[in-house]
Design a protein around this ligand. Structure first.
Ligand SMILES: [Zn+2]
Ligand SMILES: [Zn+2]
Length: 285
């Protein structure tokens, strides 16, 4: 896709995401990223919960990209948005949904890449004193990964109490004592910091997502030539090898265009055309 070679796109981020995005966009598209100087993306919702996000993650992501484009007066924009919580299929497991969007105002294009981040350190603890955390900070990758500390139920005069960018165990312990003192139940809430520049696990996921988006942008539709061709969904129902009925396993992947109706269904990459009967609701109920 030559059409973006040498062009500039606004990247709306306050959290160092250019470290993950710049290389794939330059290597695959020849596109340079530019960061708005004064952009408060936290106005659209912040990870520390001080500003709740309104609307869907898609809306927040699109709005962020638009803010960057307006701020730099560029027709191209990029933004990403992460949401963290229980895994949709496995509620006891933390997972993240990472979205990234590319907007091209002149061509009227909106190209998305999505990824479920199964590896995330998203977690929290409520403790009265530092020792209660035991080895949890190491398990969530502290101090390479950041932590945020605040009172669990803040007294009115401690509403603004919030500690982040903690350098080490000693600082973590100090802030837990201070936050617990500011809480009516005497407990501090310690959460993993999900801002990209304080979370190397998330940054690695963003790098993969950026590469996927850049590849998608660089792939034109065979029917109409518009950039953004790529996988749009997986199709379930791989047939059982005994009875031929559809199982809950993936049968194929559907690729599609963001502009016209052209799409293609492609078989599984591993070549499986039939499911083992153990996955069949009739042969192995
Ligand atoms: Zn069967
Ligand atoms: Zn098309």
């Amino acid at each position: 896709m030559e059409c973006y070679f040498g062009a500039k796109a606004a990247l709306a981020t306050m959290h160092g995401k250019e470290r993950a995005l710049a290389r794939p966009f330059r290597a695959l598209l020849g596109l340079e990223l530019e960061l708005p100087a004064h952009l408060d993306t936290d106005q659209l919702g912040s990870f520390d919960g001080r500003v709740p996000r309104t609307g869907s993650p898609e809306q927040a992501c699109r709005r962020k990209a638009q803010l960057g484009m307006e701020s730099l007066n560029l027709p191209l924009g990029l933004a990403s948005e992460g949401s963290f919580g229980p895994h949709p299929q496995l509620p006891f497991l933390a997972a993240g949904l990472e979205l990234m969007v590319f907007l091209d105002r002149e061509r009227g294009l909106e190209i998305w890449e999505r990824r479920i981040a199964r590896h995330t350190n998203f977690d929290h603890r409520c403790v009265a004193e530092p020792a209660e955390l035991e080895s949890w900070p190491q398990r969530v990758g502290f101090p390479a990964h950041g932590l945020i500390v605040r009172p669990e139920q803040p007294w009115p005069d401690a509403q603004e109490l919030l500690f982040k960018d903690l350098a080490d165990q000693q600082r973590l312990a100090e802030t837990i004592v201070a936050a617990a003192a500011g809480s009516s139940n005497g407990r501090a809430l310690v959460e993993t910091d999900m801002r990209a520049h304080r979370n190397p696990t998330r940054m690695a996921c963003l790098r993969t997502l950026a590469t996927g988006l850049a590849k998608r942008i660089s792939t034109p539709c065979k029917a109409c030539g518009v950039p953004g061709w790529g996988k749009v969904e997986v199709v379930y129902g791989l047939p059982c090898s005994w009875c031929g009925r559809p199982t809950s396993l993936v049968r194929s992947e559907r690729f599609g265009c963001i502009s016209c109706s052209h799409s293609e269904e492609r078989p599984r990459l591993d070549g499986w055309a039939e499911a083992d009967p153990q996955h069949c609701p009739l042969c192995n109920p």
